[in-house]
Design a protein around this ligand. Structure first.
Ligand SMILES: *[C@@H]1O[C@H](CO)[C@@H](O)[C@H](O)[C@H]1NC(C)=O
Length: 209
């Protein structure tokens, strides 16, 4: 009995729906296709952007800088302090030109030991170059307190580590590289890069804090 009642009612509802059905369903189908098309386009866009990002991430590398201390003198011997350095610029995976130029400072315990000029050089994307830099000072040997600090580090770590700062003020690029000073074969040491906001970031002069 209940079933009959239910089916009777639903038949009525169905027949009343059927009259409007053609227009409604056409509009509905069109709207649904539009929504599906828009969603598909958005999905394609998102997938393309992600794929492009992944591709760039895998194929591009930021430029890599290194410093090699080829020869140095004047730290233990009574001759003028001098450091012959090689600045290595590896832009092989890069997408932009990379430029340096300005000055290089060799520091120990934040005290500048020698200063030199860094030639202007731009390394194109996908390129690499080595730049010779000579940092020197009129001074001979190192101040007593620094020499003691160096001797202490040498005893503790087996080597003395100096900081080489390459200040390219024009290009707002500051490199800070920590290199061992020893008599062993010269090898490249990696540099940390930073953006210079202001030239005073370059070197903290002895005593200025
Ligand atoms: C360091 O470089 C300068 C300039 O290129 C050169 O005259 C000098 O002989 C070099 N010093 C040593 C010890 O190789």
């Amino acid at each position: 009995m209940d079933e009959q009642l239910l089916s009777g009612r639903s038949d009525d509802e169905l027949s009343s729906h059927r009259e409007k059905e053609p227009i409604l369903s056409t509009a509905f189908v069109v709207a649904a296709w539009i929504v599906i098309a828009v969603l598909a386009c958005l999905a394609l866009l998102v997938v393309s952007v992600l794929a492009w990002g992944l591709f760039m991430l895998l194929t591009t590398r930021l430029p890599v800088f290194s410093v090699t201390v080829d020869v140095f003198s004047g730290l233990e011997d009574r001759v003028p302090r001098a450091f012959n350095l090689t600045l290595g610029i590896d832009n092989v995976g890069g997408e932009y030109d990379v430029c340096v130029g300005g000055e290089a400072v060799v520091l120990y315990g934040d005290v500048p030991l020698a200063v030199g000029r860094v030639e202007e050089l731009c390394v194109p994307r996908k390129g690499a170059a080595d730049l010779a830099v000579v940092a020197a000072s009129g001074g001979v040997g190192v101040p007593k307190a620094l020499a003691e600090l160096m001797a202490g580090e040498k005893r503790a770590d087996g080597a003395v580590h100096a900081e080489v700062r390459v200040i390219s003020a024009k290009h707002r690029r500051l490199l800070s590289c920590t290199a061992a000073l020893d008599k062993g074969p010269a090898r490249p040491y990696p540099c940390k890069k930073s953006i210079m906001d202001d030239e005073s970031d370059g070197v903290r002069r002895d005593g200025s804090g």
